[in-house]
Design a protein around this ligand. Sequence first.
Ligand code: FAD
Length: 309
Amino acid sequence: MADEVRNVIIIGSGPAGYTAGLYSARALLEPLMFAGYMSGGQLMLTSDIENFPGYPEGIGGPEMMIQLREQAEKFGLEVQDKNVERVDFSTKPFRIWVEGEEFRSKSVIICTGAESIWLGAEGEEEQKGRGISTCATCDGAFFREQEVLVIGGGDSAMEEATFLTRFASKVTLLHRRDVFRASKVMYERALNNPKIEIRTFRTVKSWLSDESGLSGAILEDPRDGSTEEISCTGAFIAIGHKPITNFLDGQVQTDDSGYILAKIHTMTSVDGVFAAGDVVDTRYRQAITAAGMGCQAAIDAEKWLEEQH
Ligand SMILES: Cc1cc2nc3c(=O)[nH]c(=O)nc-3n(C[C@H](O)[C@H](O)[C@H](O)COP(=O)(O)OP(=O)(O)OC[C@H]3O[C@@H](n4cnc5c(N)ncnc54)[C@H](O)[C@@H]3O)c2cc1C
């Protein structure tokens, strides 16, 4: 066990984590970050970011995350590329176990994000963040006048399909059943859009690609296993997100899906434990909103620590 009690430990190294790190380092709190299994977060999976202010030519995801880390480290953020295994928030200082070692801290900022749920179809890994995305707001504009697929049957799938018609020449929405979880109004909006074709009883068996990227997919009818080929240059998987909160073991209040609930500003149900970014965000899920919340959480943590004296 480290003897030292830190002022603030930040869990997670996406835009929320690094921004929280930057602010708390500049507030001289000497923060420690555990970057986790995916150092740099979800943007490490994407090639071009055109909607983060300050980059008129756009920037690669990994490149931007390296810059965020460098900036925060320059002001004193200490980063360890390790995963937090479990926490104990029932005692103060809080206790955190990282790859067998115990750390203690007066405050904690949780920035562990929410994983997109992927299909796991053959050929998907190679096209992730290129031809295949889980975020139409982020990547829709890369598919102007192209044919794209949307996979899913809930409100997000309908919303993504409708949004994509601004750019794409055709959007084919695939759903594995003929019953939709989406609300009637969202479903009908998609159904009545002339650019959207809805095809039921279709799953993606495998993705096809050529030298220029994604070129199509082999679809399967789950009722009889019959297959067909469809061409597309982009695909958006909209089957949900999973917030990464398992390691908290129910010690912080969450909603039914596992998203952390805020009590006051960014403070969670545990005094002194804050949360920021996609792990609390069921609506926006953008790098800039995650970074904004990381800033808020660092300021909230700093004020809370000040009040403890
Ligand atoms: C393919 C793709 C493309 C995208 N494109 C864009 C875009 O163009 N523009 C945009 O604004 N947004 C984009 N997004 C969304 C954006 O990536 C997220 O909104 C943003 O990364 C959320 O930031 P975050 O800091 O909340 O969490 P994340 O970036 O998800 O980071 C979570 C961090 O938590 C860490 N972690 C998890 N568990 C543990 C643990 N137990 N211990 C320690 N650390 C842990 C992980 O290692 C990771 O570092 C895209 C997302 C995807 C998937």
